[in-house]
Design a binder for this molecule. Structure first.
Ligand code: PLP
Length: 367
């Protein structure tokens, strides 16, 4: 299995081997038409929408480690959380089930769109035990209660943090950073001036920054915030990268601690708009631009906002800024909800039915 992280840190592989969920390295491709249109230097994309033919995006990289740990600990089930349209909840359920694990997902409301409905209804086909939690602030208590409830029933599920952003899950993106550095070294793409990626729970950007620092590639990761500061305090991605570095150091890679001192991680707060899951005009315009020029499909909650920041940077780039790389994180393979029969949502617990009134059809089927 291709794993630049295990090559660098073989002792880690003796403790835990990630499940082979990711078909890597994912391609790096030039965005030729878009670059020509903007005329401000080269634009590139990292195709993590194709990490897996079953369900791609950024989740398989984290779940490869998290599910391996659940199995190594002899767990039979997982408890996780997210918003009702969470890609993380869908991916955890899909890959968890493949690994023989039952999945319970606590889900909170968010603005409804066809993509959100599609992800929510995926849980019917996946057999996820879904529970509605009224607000994000209630999640910690609801998670604790669910774990206790299950423990009283004799079950010992593993908790998978929202977005899979624990230090262990973050290792999936340390590996992704090493993968990009190797592609630059091999000439598959030029050294980027910056890498732009959506920032939700933080593990993706944190892992990438640590991976590039470990590889000695001095390139900033720009995490485009799609959640409010109250959900993700600005210090958290850096702390997550440091915790991932400490984990690697415990497995014989002390250079990870030095790399964590050299992180190049910037947060871009310009695209959040009214809040998580609210489409912005800039995100919708960016989705359309990438779709028209490059046939790249994005959605408005994460990748549309990252692409809006990417285009804004490209528009202001100077001759010495170097190529910009957009890290795609949204699965190009839809979840099982895409092909659900009408009224499948009625098989969800009744509290979820109110999310299935008519919603305006949005371009590119936003999630
Ligand atoms: C499509 C997509 N992109 C980006 C992200 C953000 O990644 P992270 O939570 O690691 O910051 C998510 C998280 O759920 C996502 O679903």
């Amino acid at each position: 299995m291709y794993s630049p992280l295990l090559e660098l840190c073989p002792r880690l592989g003796r403790a835990l081997r990630p499940l082979p969920l990711v078909e890597g390295p994912t391609a790096v491709e030039p965005l030729a038409r878009l670059s020509a249109r903007l005329g401000r230097g080269a634009l590139w994309i990292k195709r993590d929408d194709r990490t897996s033919p079953e369900y791609g995006g950024n989740k398989p990289r984290k779940l490869a480690w998290l599910l391996a740990q659940a199995l190594a600990r002899g767990r039979r089930s997982l408890v996780t959380a997210g918003a009702i349209g969470s890609h993380h909840a869908v991916a955890t359920s899909l890959f968890g089930r493949r690994a023989g694990l039952r999945v319970c997902a606590l889900l909170t409301p968010q603005p409804v769109s066809p993509g959100v409905q599609e992800n929510l209804v995926s849980h019917v086909a996946l057999g996820t035990e879904v529970r509605l939690v009224q607000g994000t602030a209630d999640l910690p208590t609801a998670l604790a209660r669910e774990l206790v409830r299950k423990a009283l029933g004799g079950e010992r599920p593993m908790l998978v943090l929202p977005g899979g952003s624990s230090p262990l899950g973050t290792l999936g993106f340390v590996e992704a950073g090493l993968e990009l550095a190797e592609q630059v070294r091999a000439g598959a793409c030029p050294r980027p001036g910056a890498v732009v990626v959506a920032l939700g729970s933080g593990g993706t950007a944190a892992g990438l920054a640590l991976g590039l620092a470990l590889a000695g590639l001095d390139v900033p990761i720009v995490g485009v915030r799609v959640v409010p500061r109250s959900w993700l305090p600005p210090v958290l991605p850096r702390l997550l990268a440091q915790a991932a570095a400490a984990l690697l150091a415990r497995h014989g890679l002390p250079s990870a601690l030095r790399a964590a001192m050299r992180l190049r991680l910037e947060l871009d707060d310009s695209q959040l708009g009214p809040g998580y899951g609210h489409a912005t005009t800039a995100a919708l315009a960016a989705i359309e631009r990438l779709q028209e020029d490059e046939r790249v499909e994005l959605e408005p909650t994460y990748t549309g906002k990252a692409a809006a920041a990417f285009l804004a940077r490209a528009a202001h780039a100077g001759p010495h800024d170097g190529p910009l790389l957009l890290w795609h994180t949204f699965s190009s393979t839809p979840g099982p909800g895409r092909h659900a029969e009408p009224a499948t949502h009625l098989r969800l617990p009744s509290g979820f039915h109110r999310f299935f009134g008519p919603v305006p059809a949005a371009r590119n089927d936003p999630a």
